[in-house]
Design a protein around this ligand. Sequence first.
Ligand code: HEC
Ligand code: HEC
Length: 556
Amino acid sequence: MGTLAVRFKKAASFISLAFILSGCFDEVVYLDQNWNEDNQLRTLSYTTSQGSQLIPYDWFINLKDAKTGLPLTSDIVVERLKYLPDYQADSNTNPDKLPIGFVKDTDPETGDWIGINCAACHTAQIVVGNTAIRIDGGPGMGDYIAMIQTVKNAIDNTLAKPRLFKKFANAIGADDSNSLASAMATQSEALASYIRNDSSIDHPGGFGRVDAANAIRNEIFVSDLGVDTNYLTPAAPVSYPALWGAPDFERVQYLGYARNPFGRNLGQVLGVLGRINLQNPENLFESTVRRDNLFYMEEWLRELGSPEWPTEYLGDIDNTAASRGAEIYQTPDVTGYACVNCHVLPDSQGNYPKTPAQDNLFGMQFTQTPLIPIEKLGTDTNALTTFYNPEPINMGMLGLLGLDGVSQEMSYPLALIKVVEFAVGKQYLSAPALNQTQQAVYSGLRVDSATAPEFDLYPGYLARPLAGVWATSPYLHNGSVPNLYELLLPPEQRSDEFYVGSFEFDPEKVGYVSTYSYNTFKFDTSVSGNSNSGHYFGTFLSDEERWDLIEYLKTL
Ligand code: HEC
Ligand code: HEC
């Protein structure tokens, strides 16, 4: 299997300021990850709606960035926010040249919206020399909150400037400027509420991070349910994880609380600009989630391979050193553990150690992704302390309806599981209703057998297989360690501060370049939620052993 799947030149017109300032690449390549021109999976993944609705579609196309006066969709604006222009956009699949993962959502009731999908957050880009390597399913670098703020600023700026407003109103063909102005003001407020729900100035995520779990909490239980006292400050921004392999994992999310892929993806949509009715008893749990698209997206994900280290761009791998590294990976250190005990490896046929067949109603087996108790890890705890925060959720109106398993006050994990369960049920039964078998398929056949042990949740983080880990810096759930070399150093020797946002890659230490450059985010590990402590495994090695292990990790 060759590593190079697609190579094309950026046309001269794509050259933009941000591009000149941040790494002058003039060709873009994709590695062979099984998403290609033949199966169209890349194109589909970049352009299919999941049911997120940011602002009306024609507004997005016609609004001008408040800082530069350029269209919001222009490369300069997109690159400033570290989303990825879709250089291959064609007039059929992406006529308005939206950035990767920015998609049109057509709502039968409310019309066309701009939304985002998986690819906006889960597509990486690595720049070496003249080349940008795009990694499907890799962690994105986009600043989600800054993106929403930029859209809000564009609306506010247009409202504040009569000439700009007039041009905008003409461009979208609005005939009543008063009602347009009031719709824009309402939308601006909705964006302010997203920003408040999903971020906090005391715990800025910066590029490539968002506090997903608390965003979902606040979107569902504050905005959708309408109970303000359920608000919790998003204090735990986390990195966008890589997606290859995930459909087969025993459990997912950093805290290991999800299994059913449909429920997981639906919960995500509700946290990412989707809407659900939790207040009107008539269409309770009805949502903007695009059921069938969401199912297909998970199916496409099943086809996605992990990226292989591209020697053509990143240099050869020293096989002798790598085989010494392979030994180290299998050898317990002073902690009593070997890497392989937690980050499982495939056998020579490519099969990972699996969960027992008898635990699943259909005999399905899943790749082991053990949940490691926090005491063994010592990494940052904010994601855990917010998720398992003892303050209960007030279920508002939902508590009054006598719904199965719902009481007036519930812990966040249980409340989330319940709402997702009802919302999934509503989706499955909406016309055309899915039969039992179809429902099981949409749920990834994740149905426990009668003898399966109970799915337990406890405070800890997931240990995933490390396939393609070379392409997923910065490391740990909170992105607090810039490269693999530093992860293998004792915590006190890791960088206290570094800069996130450069696409430039360091093939030696393996990670993005983390020194200061234009338009980067200063990652301060002394901020609550940003600790780079813990994960002592591998930190007792000699420097020579460390480099051998890194050489091996490049081969995974
Ligand atoms: C706004 C950005 C964003 C969008 C859009 C998004 N995700 Fe994610 N995704 C995240 C973040 C952040 C996490 C980590 C959340 C956590 O574990 O707390 C995550 C976690 C995941 C995981 C868990 C991976 C693992 O190994 O634990 C999967 C799988 C996943 N996303 C798939 C998807 C799919 C499929 C879609 C589209 C249907 C999607 N995501 C849309 C940001 C996003
Ligand atoms: C006892 C279980 C355990 C052992 C042993 C272990 N790890 Fe980990 N590892 C984890 C967990 C759990 C995480 C996630 C921690 C977090 O994000 O806070 C992790 C995270 C990582 C990451 C970052 C992954 C990412 O996407 O950010 C890398 C790389 C890694 N480990 C490599 C290793 C190597 C190499 C070894 C052996 C020297 C090793 N680990 C040993 C449990 C383990």
